[in-house]
Design a protein around this ligand. Structure first.
Ligand SMILES: [Mg+2]
Ligand SMILES: [Zn+2]
Length: 270
């Protein structure tokens, strides 16, 4: 049986909150690393699927980008065009913009947005820029934490791990985060940089994947996890549990748009 919501209805009103977004299948309605190959080189998409369990995921994506450039001859322009065509639901864009906009009004809830993603800086900047979610158009995210990536002058997208394999500072997470990044530790470090956990009355985490389980575990009872149905995060919560935060499950971006309005203090009725 599908798990049921545990968060209170209606959600309590707060004056200051942090909303943390995963990117692939959470803010965006697809997975960047897979989409680029699905659109430009299905052979490499099959290779990703075949090698996923053998090679560390960021390293594998970096390798496949080298192949996309050198063997398949795909240009920077083609990759950027593919990213701009990736599904990104208008309801999600409206939801986050409307909630952030409220922070401009002193009487309204103040919301800080953090993007915490295992994709990469170039994919995310390209997509957010295309949809008008980057400055100077719109200043949504206080920080974007992800894997670094840069274009070479030849048009190769060079992707690296957030925590390099040779770094002495590997993360110490034990709930199954990939070596390149522990989203739970990244969230804790963000909170340290921004006044500590007590600086936010509520933390909201929007995610779908197995690697969102670690940060969701670190949420407190008064916090909220918005968990996408039928994917890795729901599976982990069902099998392993131990989540203290309230949970609201969602499947479509339109449902999140409604919850974001609740988080903005609006009363939602049919
Ligand atoms: Mg995801
Ligand atoms: Zn972790």
């Amino acid at each position: 049986m599908a798990p049921v919501d545990t968060a209170p209805v209606p959600l309590p009103k707060v004056s200051k909150q942090l909303v943390v977004y995963d990117f692939d299948w959470s803010l965006a309605d697809q997975d960047t690393d897979r989409w680029v190959h699905e659109v430009l080189a299905p052979r490499l998409r099959r290779k990703l699927k075949a090698l996923k369990s053998e090679v560390q995921f960021t390293d594998l994506c970096a390798q496949l980008l080298v192949e996309l450039h050198e063997v398949e001859g795909k240009s920077r322009q083609e990759i950027e065009d593919a990213l701009k065509r990736m599904p990104f639901h208008p309801a999600m864009i409206k939801g986050v913009k409307d909630l952030k906009q409220k922070s401009k009004d002193e009487g309204q809830v103040q919301t800080t947005f953090l993007l915490l993603s295992n994709s990469n800086q170039v994919y995310i900047d390209t997509i957010l820029g295309h949809h008008g979610l980057l400055p100077p158009n719109f200043d949504l995210f206080t920080e974007i934490i992800t894997n670094p990536a840069t274009w070479t002058p030849e048009g190769l997208l060079k992707l690296e791990r957030r925590i390099p394999a040779d770094s002495p500072n590997q993360h110490s997470c034990s709930v199954g985060c990939s070596p390149n990044m522990c989203k739970g530790e990244e969230l804790e470090a963000f909170l340290e940089r921004h006044g500590g956990r007590s600086n936010f009355e509520r933390i909201v985490y929007v995610g779908d994947g197995g690697n969102d389980y670690c940060p969701v575990l670190r949420l407190a009872e008064k916090d909220l996890a918005l968990v996408r149905r039928y994917r890795g995060l729901e599976e982990k919560i069902t099998k392993v549990g131990n989540v203290k935060a309230g949970i609201r499950y969602w499947a479509g971006a339109w449902e999140v748009e409604g919850i974001l309005r609740e988080l903005g203090g609006e009363q939602i009725s049919d």
